[in-house]
Design a protein around this ligand. Sequence first.
Ligand code: ADP
Length: 250
Amino acid sequence: MPLLPESLPETIFKDDGTRLDGRKFNELRDLHIEVGVLKNADGSALVCHGKNRIIAGAYGPREVHPRHLAKSDTGILQISYRMATFSVGERKSPVPGRREKEISMVVGKAIEPVLFLEQYPNTTIDVFITVLTADGGTRCASVTAAACAIADMGIPMKDLVAGVAVGKIANRIILDVSDKEDKWEKGGATDMPVAVMVNQKQYSLLQLDGSITVEQFEEMLDLVFEGGKLVYEKQKEALRRKYSTEDVGR
Ligand code: ADP
């Protein structure tokens, strides 16, 4: 194990134009998704996106606690995003920080548009997300995991939601920015995490950290939609695998 933190490389692209991990500008990191991984949850998913390892357990629709949060005309979606203490290099405090609260809220907003919450008044759908290993883009991988865990519960959904980020590093636009790439540019790379509803051809989340031109923004939107399609295919494959195999993890 290295005693000192890994130093950042001199360049972020190789001579042949590929990225440090060998990817082309429009390639995702390895992505593997399993659903039905938690015996005691109503729905669950494990997302391995690059070195990210993220698990989500979904419950409901069920009674709301505390009761004053219940809404008589609609159901609610409550997301809890947490990073395990061992998920990052330096031990993370187990106390939920501002970032975890923000990501919980953001993932909820990204998923809500595909649910028929109005059909479940006075109830809640709860999704608990734990980041076991973080490798950049955990909010996007959490959207992917939460959507799969809810789909695994078997409730109707308008669409799945695929999380993927696009970035600009050394003035080049790249899909699915890794932690190393994100930290490489002095002053911070431009990172745009997005949630894509592929069938609706809509975005339910778009955040932007950094500065870009309008042309670059349009290029990034096109690229991230293509990335969303790739994530969506993996989500569908995982759900199909589970439902075409009997007795998986339950
Ligand atoms: P995202 O994970 O969606 O990219 P951020 O941009 O906030 O969200 O975080 C980027 C990365 O920084 C994370 O994926 C993780 O690897 C790292 N990170 C986040 N929070 C911490 C923390 N408390 N301690 C150490 N590293 C962290």
